[in-house]
Write a protein that binds this ligand. Structure first.
Ligand code: GLU
Length: 286
């Protein structure tokens, strides 16, 4: 069994990350497997070396170990770009020249949203004439890459599914629902990948057999399974764990400044203390 913990170095890790990392470590240990650390730093603006360093320190402090060197996604842009080019060449993806503002202006306020709550892309660039497309590209206009969901589904032409283990050892067959994402973004304007594309590429490149991550990423799995089918990559088994919530029942987030592991450590909390705290809140023994 090969598991991975894949944080983004865009803030300090908090209790939710500790829970996810410990759950992964526990799963790998129980199966005599391996836990890999993957640094998901495709966002060059938000990722910072100091967060990456802090992440490593926090995980070591928690008592985790992993093979070095870790995979850093920013070192694999060429590989992601090659996938985008393949999907574009197969007519399963298209360049999207819309700015965020242009998309927001087009979608009606109560329009359909993807599972992350973002408005579904209205498809404005999908049917652009090849001539106009070529003209824009030649003029150096920047573009993102979107999956043509209807064509991608037609290409696969069979129901897609994956195995999910809900807090146990009995897998459940799950129907993948990639269509909920509409024409999903697979390459960003400034980066030749999106989280979804880099994630499925790397899970396969690293031989990951079991993906364990937070329940907030469960809906993304359907899209990942479709990308795997389109790219001829294996589909790992999935486990989506419950999220650690704050006192108000809200999801912890780096962006909200949720108490970081560093702050807990500075306040004198030990790594055993963090394990005990999580054990108590989540009903899991580490
Ligand atoms: N990098 C993602 C995050 O920090 C995790 C992605 C995953 O586990 O698939 O939320």
């Amino acid at each position: 069994m090969i598991c991975r913990f894949a944080p983004s170095p865009n803030g300090f890790l908090h209790l939710g990350h500790a829970y996810s990392a410990l759950m992964n470590a526990r799963l790998a240990r129980a199966h005599g497997g391996l836990l890999l650390l993957r640094i998901e730093d495709i966002d060059r603006e938000r990722s910072k070396p100091e967060f990456e360093q802090a992440m490593r320190e926090d995980l070591a402090w928690l008592g985790l170990d992993w093979p070095r060197p870790e995979r850093r996604q920013s070192e694999f842009f060429d590989a992601y770009r090659a996938l985008l080019e393949k999907l574009l060449a197969r007519g399963l993806a298209y360049p999207c020249f819309c700015t965020r503002g242009a998309i927001a202006a087009k979608v009606v306020a109560d329009g359909a949203r993807d599972p992350d709550g973002s408005p579904l892309y209205p498809g404005s660039c999908r049917d652009m004439s090849p001539g106009l497309r070529a003209q824009k590209i030649a003029a150096g206009e920047k573009f993102a890459v979107r999956l043509d969901m209807a064509r991608a589904l037609a290409e696969i032409d069979r129901p897609l599914s994956y195995r999910e283990f809900y807090e146990g050892e009995t897998p459940q067959g799950m129907a993948a629902r990639p269509e909920l994402w509409g024409d999903a973004l697979i390459g960003r304007r400034d980066i030749p990948a999106s989280y979804h594309l880099a994630c499925v590429h790397d899970d396969s490149a690293q031989g990951v057999t079991d993906v364990m991550r937070g329940a907030d990423l469960e809906a993304a799995t359907g899209l990942h399974v479709l990308l795997q089918a389109l790219l001829g990559l294996p589909t790992p088994d999935y486990r989506h764990h419950r999220l650690v919530l704050d006192e108000d029942g809200k999801k912890l987030a780096k962006s909200k400044g949720s108490t970081s592991l560093q702050a807990l450590r500075d306040a004198g909390v030990t790594s055993e203390g963090v394990r005990a705290m999580l054990g108590e809140r989540m009903g899991t023994r580490f």
